[in-house]
Design a protein around this ligand. Structure first.
Ligand code: ADP
Ligand code: ZN
Length: 343
């Protein structure tokens, strides 16, 4: 078992290990003296693991809420249903929410935890690779609005994260690829050794080490810039164009894999402008190929950059791009978005 300490305003631990969830009750008791626990999950994860996790918590008074999987349910309506459920079951601030699932469950249950009684504690049990290496750590919670993704939310750190790689045995390969997009990102922005391991080693034989490395990097960024004002933005490497690709394909290319393509495209652009060392785009593309991730898309550069320029979240026409100096070293580069479209 490995542990990462996340030193944000409310510090907590991320524990990583095969079969770790079996010790869930014990681990919870170490961080919180509570009587009641609400398990929040989606229908897929609930079918596979709901009963098991419920039985692991038999010493507590447990209530259980399940919502339908999928991005459409990452909504205020789901949060509202959860809040009503928590109130009906009379949870108090001394009680606890357990978010069992992928990134969507973590985001929705985390946002409900942030707002119920103005904030109650929650434990993240990520069950996808993407949630393990990325979204379950760092305290970003939230939902989509009809105007766009992740437009409503809160910073609310969990009190514990339990990463048990055994959950990955049932995860479809497309979802594994999604997680690998973020894993590659961590190698690119901060850890050449991780990147080399992905290139030459067997990621699945080394999965505990890989998850530990990604979480350590994320914890470091989150502790230094909890509220995303500066350096934490480097975690968005590949995401600017990645989001355009997600949108342009109506999410047929899902987040992690869109980020994969986004990383290649931004490096290609930066290499052409002398802003990134030669060969980075090709090395990243080599990894997408190795892991059989999405690499093809039907858009012109103009379409993709055009979508970036129209992003509602942009302040004026300035954009902070995350670029690589080289693999393992990243920096923020502020530029005028309108200058990006013509090459
Ligand atoms: P992500 O973690 O990539 O943000 P989701 O939370 O939407 O995304 O999870 C992706 C899909 O995988 C969902 O349909 C979810 O129900 C399903 N899922 C999550 N964890 C597992 C698992 N361990 N085994 C099988 N399916 C899972
Ligand atoms: Zn991401």
């Amino acid at each position: 078992m490995k542990t990462v300490s996340v030193n944000t305003s409310k510090p907590y631990k991320v524990k990583i290990g095969k079969g770790l969830v079996d010790k869930l009750a014990e681990e919870i008791q170490k961080v919180k003296n509570c009587k009641k626990i609400a398990i929040i999950t989606d229908d897929n994860v609930g079918r596979l693991y709901g009963k098991k996790v419920e039985s692991l918590l038999k010493d507590f008074e447990v209530c259980y809420f399940e919502f339908s999987n999928g991005e459409d349910n990452k909504s205020l309506a789901t949060v509202s249903d959860i809040l009503e459920f928590l109130a009906k079951n009379k949870l108090t601030r001394s009680d606890l929410i357990v978010a069992l699932g992928g990134g969507i469950v973590g985001d929705v249950a985390g946002f409900a935890a942030a707002s119920y009684l103005r904030g109650i504690d929650f434990v993240q049990i990520p069950t996808t690779l993407l949630a393990m290496v990325d979204s379950s750590v760092g305290g970003k919670t939230g939902v989509n609005l009809s105007a766009g993704k992740n437009l409503a939310g809160a910073f609310h750190q969990p009190c514990l994260v339990i990463c048990d790689q055994n959950f990955l045995h049932t995860l479809p390969s497309e979802e594994i690829k999604n997680g690998l997009g973020e894993v590659i990102k961590y190698g690119c922005i901060a850890d050449k050794k991780l990147f080399d391991l992905l290139c030459t080693g067997d990621v699945f034989c080394n999965i505990e080490e890989v998850i530990y490395t990604c979480i350590s990097i994320k914890a470091d960024f989150a502790a230094r810039d909890e509220f995303d004002k500066g350096d934490r933005q480097k975690l968005n490497f590949g995401h600017t164009l990645g989001h355009s690709i997600e949108k342009a394909t109506a999410f047929a290319i899902p987040h992690g894999q869109a980020v994969g393509i986004g990383m290649v495209l931004i490096c290609r652009w930066a290499q052409e402008h002398g802003l990134t060392g030669a060969g980075c785009a090709e090395e990243i593309d080599g990894l997408l190929k190795k892991f059989e991730m999405a690499r093809k898309y039907d858009f012109t550069d103009e379409q993709l950059w055009g979508a970036v320029a129209n992003d509602k979240k942009l302040k004026g026409s300035d954009i902070n791009l995350v670029l690589l100096k080289d693999i393992g070293e990243s920096y923020l580069y502020k530029t005028d978005v309108n200058g990006l479209i013509t090459k």
